[in-house]
Design a binder for this molecule. Structure first.
Ligand SMILES: NC(=O)c1ccc[n+]([C@@H]2O[C@H](COP(=O)([O-])OP(=O)(O)OC[C@H]3O[C@@H](n4cnc5c(N)ncnc54)[C@H](O)[C@@H]3O)[C@@H](O)[C@H]2O)c1
Length: 353
């Protein structure tokens, strides 16, 4: 079988912890380039991942290489659009990390450009490839929960704003705060488990005061700390969000916090059905409660490598040119909902979809 030749653009946390190790495990993939605008990061990836062949700082070198079939866009959100569109227009297939980009209009443009060029564009919504989430989706499809009338979720952590002052907390670069960063995973996971749902309206409250005085902000952990800039940087995104999404299937309510003043990390999704209910721990197992027996149990389900599975699905899609569940078309609904939630928070009104 011919190997698919890949260029990895962006050699930061998600590249090093998830995708480069996954690509290393895939015999049918060649990693011709590792690219980062920071030369040392590209060179470190070259050194750490034996499969990587060349370190570069300009992704256009990879785009002009006819051997390259596909590009993995693992940059911060602000670069997703430009790198992806350039790659698609150069005839490459693209895997782009979540969120698609900073807003719905440009997300839709990216999907349209992929279609126009007949290229695959997958988005890094890894929960769709988690074995426990897949099992839960089967439970729902088989009717084990009956009619799911509501889904409630929490993505709240204690004092852990990422990279304060850097791209994560600068709206122009990230598109938003905890909603677009963590909420995107939860909303997508819920729509996936429901087997799709048509959003009808969105209503939302947001707060961004926790780190108003960036220098005085106290924290226990700051992931992405290498990108922080509390002296000259910006923090103009929400660190707390709550909302209601009405859909044609179930109501969805959520609260999200990067830095709540409750010393607990609370990451879960509850699916409330009339025959049964489920609590899914994010990136963990779920417990099913049956209304007929009043018994609860956690089904046996081996944890898989979700990033490896999503990368394999992308490579398969590149081979057969068939859209699979990682395709951008399945991520657009979540992008549209997030835009409506932000519009609702800004206007104080419910937004019809
Ligand atoms: N799916 C998940 O579970 C998950 C988890 C973490 C991050 N992410 C997403 O992955 C993306 C990257 O996040 P991260 O935490 O790895 O960020 P990061 O800052 O650690 O890494 C991004 C890297 O991209 C490089 N870069 C920026 N612009 C570039 C360009 N034009 N060309 C080449 N390199 C460029 C930066 O120098 C940096 O090294 C974000 O969009 C984030 O939302 C997804």
């Amino acid at each position: 079988m011919k190997k698919i030749t890949v260029a990895v653009v962006g050699c930061g946390r998600i590249a090093n912890s998830a995708h480069l190790p996954a690509l290393d495990e895939m015999d049918d993939v060649r990693v011709k380039y590792v690219c980062d605008i920071v030369k040392e990061k590209a060179e470190k990836a070259l050194k750490d991942f034996p499969k990587a062949e060349k370190a570069i700082t300009d992704y256009k070198i990879a785009l002009s290489d006819e051997e390259v079939d596909a590009v993995m866009v693992l940059t911060p959100n602000y670069a997703h659009y430009t790198v992806t569109v350039d790659a698609l227009n150069a005839g490459k297939h693209v895997f782009c990390e979540k969120p698609i980009t900073v807003d719905y209009i440009r997300s839709k443009e990216m999907a349209d450009i992929a279609d126009k060029n007949g290229r695959i564009l997958n988005i890094g919504l890894c929960n769709r490839f988690d074995s426990r989430v897949e099992l839960l989706a089967r439970y729902v499809a088989e009717g084990k929960l009956g009619n799911i009338y509501h889904v409630a979720c929490s993505f709240r952590n204690f004092r852990s704003i990422p990279g304060l002052g850097g791209p994560f907390t600068t709206k122009e670069q990230s598109g938003g705060g905890v909603l677009i960063d963590w909420g995107v995973h939860f909303i997508d996971l819920i729509l996936y488990v429901l087997g799709g749902a048509r959003p009808l309206s969105a209503s939302c409250c947001a707060y961004n005061g926790t780190a108003k005085d960036m220098k005085a902000y106290k924290y226990r952990t700051m992931w992405a700390e290498d990108t922080a800039d509390v002296v000259n940087g910006t923090c103009d995104v929400e660190d707390f969000i709550s909302g209601l999404i009405r859909t044609d299937k179930a109501g969805i309510t959520f609260t999200g916090a990067w830095a709540q003043n409750v010393d607990k990390d609370e990451m879960w999704v509850d699916f409330l059905g009339d025959k049964g209910g489920v609590r899914l721990t994010y990136a963990g197992n779920f417990t099913f409660t049956d209304s007929a027996t009043l018994e609860s149990f956690t089904p046996e389900c081996e944890k898989n490598k979700r990033y490896l599975e999503e990368d394999k699905a992308f490579i398969q899609s590149v081979r057969d040119l068939k859209k699979n569940k990682g395709n951008v078309v399945y991520a657009l609904e979540t992008a549209k909902i997030m835009d409506a939630l932000y519009a609702s928070a800004a206007s104080g009104k419910e937004i019809k979809l």
